[in-house]
Design a protein around this ligand. Structure first.
Ligand SMILES: Nc1ncnc2c1ncn2[C@@H]1O[C@H](COP(=O)(O)OP(=O)(O)OP(=O)(O)O)[C@@H](O)[C@H]1O
Length: 580
């Protein structure tokens, strides 16, 4: 998110945070009360000590033992209250962060994959982790200090004014009020700087993650210098934003110190009785030192709000598709799929990715969609799986328009295998069981056999560790494991989006025929297997008797049986000749 995004006000962000954490407020109140009483005791200790000194100076007998006992008792209660304040404040904070994290993922799931597409995953991770962590300041270090910074001086100065010297109480009140106003006067500047810092942190995190991910490309293309230079730029921008904030905070602290010194001087020069001045100075020290934390929270709070704004924009983003349908996909086996007059443009792009597509994929059959890169093939899959909904036209599965199906039902029905699948750290078996945790070893081995990847061709069979994101596998192995995982889930619609692109032509052919055989054997020759849509730019690999649709620049330009299309010498035949 850039710093030029619309600014959400701190009031809106506060209301939003409380709306998600309302039940934690009583505990936050307990924290504030503990802080107020603790701070009052702090003033009391200094006042008791100052009064004892005055008594000694004026010859009044003082029992040192009694004095020590009073101070120790006050200090012990103060320590207990400090513990209570910290414990309750942090309990609230970490419980709130936990809730926000759960909410973040709950809201992200229905937005995905549209939400994650085009957004650097490191940026999203930064929002889900460090930005949420930064909100801790809002709960643990804001409300108890804010309330105490007003309540403690008010109570103390009323007491001083009534039982001591009203003029001296008034002087302290004026200077404390000025000091309390400082964070508000500089609020605009710290808020802007904090937002800039949060955005720059996101950019640096994305840059570093891209460099780590793409280190091979960086080395191979000798791009170290340019990548380091652009990282340096991002870093410099972050450092400049941090310096800007430091300047404002530094100026604020300097003014606060000057106010404190000026207040002290005025008290000393007030010409009031010494005893009153000593008590007033004790109160000043008791109040000012305890309120010094206000400056820290004022700065940390803006950082927390800036982080909160980034988290909120993800949580509150509307899902790309509404999950309002409730139907299941009727029947069994592979259903018929129909596109009727479907058009779609990706949000923010002016041009159509698909224009007026009407086609049918017959139940339980294997279809190919071919076309050059960027022609719109993957968009067909994205619309069928409801990553997005079409701008016009209708897609139906087994005669039911897809918005009438529940998203759960649709996604249980369809398995999409793309060319860059993700495996999770763990064993081959745990990855294969992703959608079917109860699948037997025999079922896993059968699926591996069907993708020409016998478990024995991997070092430890099903126990082989696949490494983070499948990094210990070759590209072709990774694709086949992903395909086997889809087979284990027994989908009724199987979409292969360039899912065999890293295999040599012979292996790809074997995989196709084994999968076709698997379903033919399963259903005894009838069409009970899944409806398969294979998206590929390799027209020459489509079997002569296979059904094929050709897409060009978002339009369906030809469809039929591959052998017939070859004889027509149209778009399909041109693609096949180009590839051969
Ligand atoms: N998430 C997206 N946001 C914006 N535009 C997109 C997005 N995904 C794809 N496009 C654009 O939509 C058009 C069709 O893309 P699509 O991925 O469907 O093509 P494709 O035929 O599958 O390409 P390839 O064979 O290279 O994967 C392209 O112009 C592409 O740039």
């Amino acid at each position: 998110m850039s710093t030029t995004a619309p600014v959400t006000s701190r009031r809106t962000l506060t209301a939003w945070l409380f709306s998600h954490t309302r039940s934690l407020l009583p505990m936050l109140g307990a924290s504030a009360i503990a802080r107020i009483v603790g701070n009052l005791l702090n003033v009391a200790i200094l006042v008791v000590a100052a009064q004892a000194l005055l008594d000694v100076a004026s010859g009044v007998p003082v029992s040192l033992m009694t004095l020590a006992l009073i101070v120790v008792a006050l200090a012990a209660v103060k320590a207990a209250l400090r513990y209570l304040e910290q414990f309750t404040g942090h309990w609230v904070a970490f419980t709130a962060l936990q809730r926000l994290r759960v909410l973040f993922f709950e809201r992200l799931v229905p937005q995905a994959p549209a939400a994650t597409s085009g957004r650097a995953s490191a940026e999203l991770t930064e929002r889900a982790t460090r930005d949420i962590d930064r909100i801790e300041v809002f709960f643990a270090h804001t409300f108890p200090p804010v309330i105490a910074s007003v309540a403690v001086p008010a109570i103390t100065l009323v007491w001083l004014g009534v039982s001591g010297d009203p003029l001296l109480a008034g002087i302290i009140a004026v200077f404390l009020a000025l000091a309390l106003l400082l964070p508000f006067v500089s609020a605009g500047a710290t808020w802007r700087a904090s937002r800039g810092i949060a955005a720059d942190r996101g950019r640096v995190a994305t840059h570093v993650a891209d460099d780590v991910q793409g280190v091979r490309e960086v080395l191979a293309f000798e791009a170290e210098r340019s990548r380091l230079a652009s990282l340096g730029d991002a870093d410099a921008s972050l450092a400049a934003a941090q310096r800007g904030l430091a300047r404002v905070v530094g100026a604020r602290i300097a003014i606060e110190q000057a106010l404190r010194a000026a207040c002290l001087v005025l008290l000393l020069l007030s010409g009031r009785p010494v005893a009153d001045i000593v008590l007033a100075v004790a109160v000043l020290f008791g109040l000012w030192f305890k309120n010094a934390g206000t400056d820290d929270f004022a700065t940390g709070l803006d950082a927390a709000f800036a982080a909160c704004d980034r988290v909120r924009s993800v949580i509150e983003a509307p899902p790309a598709v509404a999950d309002t349908g409730a139907l299941e996909v009727p029947g069994s086996g592979g259903p018929e799929i129909e596109f009727a007059g479907v058009s779609f443009a990706y949000p923010g792009t002016g041009s159509s990715a698909l224009a007026d597509i009407s086609t049918r994929f017959a139940a339980g059959e294997w279809h190919a969609i071919v076309g050059v890169s960027g022609s719109g093939k993957s968009t067909v899959a994205a619309l069928l799986t409801r990553s997005w909904d079409p701008d016009a036209g209708e897609i139906s599965v087994a005669g039911v328009p897809v918005p009438e199906l529940s998203l759960d039902a649709l996604r249980r029905t369809v398995a999409l295998v793309d060319q860059r699948p993700t495996l999770f750290p763990g064993s081959l078996a745990s990855n294969l069981r992703l959608a079917r945790p109860d699948a037997t070893d025999a079922a896993l081995e059968a699926a591996l056999h069907d993708v020409c990847l016998g478990a024995d061709s991997l070092p430890e069979g099903l126990d082989t560790e696949v490494g983070e994101r499948g990094t210990t596998l070759s590209g072709g192995q990774l694709q086949r494991v992903a395909l086997a995982r889809a087979l284990v889930s027994e989908p009724r619609i199987l979409i292969l989006d360039e899912a065999l692109s890293q295999l040599d032509a012979d292996t790809a052919r074997s995989v196709r025929s084994r999968i076709a055989e698997r379903f033919r054997l399963d259903d005894g020759g009838t069409a009970a297997g899944p409806t398969v849509i294979e998206i590929t730019h390799r027209a020459d690999e489509v079997a002569a008797d296979g059904r094929v649709s050709v897409i060009d620049r978002g339009a369906l330009v030809e469809s039929g049986v591959a052998g017939d299309l070859l004889d027509r010498h149209g778009p399909f035949s041109r693609l096949a000749l180009r590839d051969a």
